[in-house]
Design a protein around this ligand. Structure first.
Ligand code: UDP
Length: 332
């Protein structure tokens, strides 16, 4: 068993990856989380939990040594696109500077493998789809820029110190693990699927469609939704890849299928059996019309196979979480 430090392991994708690591035969997770946005309840009592901030490189190094960590999976970051535009320094401080200290701590402790939570936002508005890893990087928001700076920072560390990293560029993470115990709980919530489902259960009054004049068949934005359980599996495969001597690399993670906002709303009505109010509004700033991944590289190099990413399974699993936790982790 190799011990893996999961920064941000109390967050949405982090907690699903912790669950997958704990259930694997090869890895044991140790969670490192400041709980600024994470939820303590998202991590089982049986998993070692260290409350800490990645800005404290010495404490990171101490933790890596204490738990004999073989590699780091790094989720800890702020991730609200809108907030990143109005408060960019908060994002550069937390995401970029925080990762800088994390990397220093790793260097100090002699840990040289990191799987990094990156984003499709590094591509910005693509010229064509599906998006391949070597497409130009022109993020249209600060959040995406912080992730791109970190990818570049890690590449420099590969050249200088031999750090080995895998940057995983997620498309639209969605869904929840079976059982409905962990799921998506952001404050404020800005993502389409949780907002639709909160509307279906009556916690919200309506769902707004942001823009109906996009150059798509039904005029609404098209996105590539990928189940969080499939994403979790990709992190395990990427860590194995690095531990087996794989070189620093970057990978798209998406289902390779696109669904419009209207299609998602219709699918949610069908899966939940609920009808609800839908309002058509103007575009949200910075939203590209179509984002669809090519995940061929992840499939070929990592052996990744997304198995849970049908729209029905994504929505049904998220619905199960929302029905069990209408107000997220804090209130039952
Ligand atoms: N969206 C929407 N109404 C909402 C939230 C999102 O129409 O209340 C749209 C948004 O414009 C985008 C898609 O749904 O085209 C997915 O948005 P989300 O914020 O979930 O993810 P993003 O693609 O921005 O990472």
């Amino acid at each position: 068993m190799e011990n893996i430090l999961v920064t941000g392991g109390a967050g949405y994708i982090g907690s699903h990856t912790v669950k997958a690591l704990a259930e694997s035969d090869e890895f044991s997770p140790v969670v490192f989380d400041s709980l600024v946005t994470g939820h303590r309840e998202a991590v089982p009592e049986s998993v070692p939990f260290v409350k800490g901030d990645i800005h404290d490189g010495d404490f990171v190094a101490e933790t890596l040594e204490k738990y004999h960590i073989a590699g780091v999976i790094h989720f800890a970051a702020f991730s609200l696109v809108g907030e990143s535009m109005t408060n960019p320094l908060k994002y550069y401080n937390n995401n970029v500077e925080g990762t800088l200290h994390l990397l220093e701590g790793m260097k100090q402790a002699g840990v040289d493998k990191i799987v990094f939570s990156s984003t499709a936002a590094v591509y910005g508005e693509p010229e064509k789809t599906p998006i391949m890893e070597d497409f130009p990087h022109n993020p249209t928001n600060v959040y995406g820029r912080t992730k791109l700076v970190i990818e570049n920072m890690m590449r420099d560390c590969t050249n200088a110190y031999g750090l080995q990293y895998a940057a995983l560029r997620y498309f639209n993470a969605a869904g929840a693990a079976e059982g409905g115990y962990i799921g998506e709980d952001h404050n404020p919530e800005t993502h389409l699927i949780p907002l639709i489902l909160k509307t279906a259960q009556g916690v919200r009054d309506h769902i707004s469609i942001y823009g109906t004049d996009y150059p798509t068949p039904d005029g609404t934005c098209i996105r590539d939704y990928i189940h969080v359980v499939d994403l979790a599996q990709a992190h395990i495969l990427a860590m194995k890849y690095l531990l087996q001597g794989g070189e620093s690399n970057y990978f798209n993670l998406g289902s390779e299928k696109g669904f419009s906002v209207r299609e998602m709303i219709e699918a949610a009505k069908k899966v939940t059996g609920k009808d609800f109010k839908v309002l058509e509004e103007g575009r949200r700033a910075g939203d590209p019309a179509v984002l669809i991944a090519s995940s061929q590289k992840s499939k070929k190099v990592l052996g990744w196979k997304p198995c849970h990413s049908s729209i029905e399974e994504i929505i049904a699993s998220a619905w199960n979480w929302h029905v069990n936790h209408p107000y997220g982790y804090s209130k039952k």
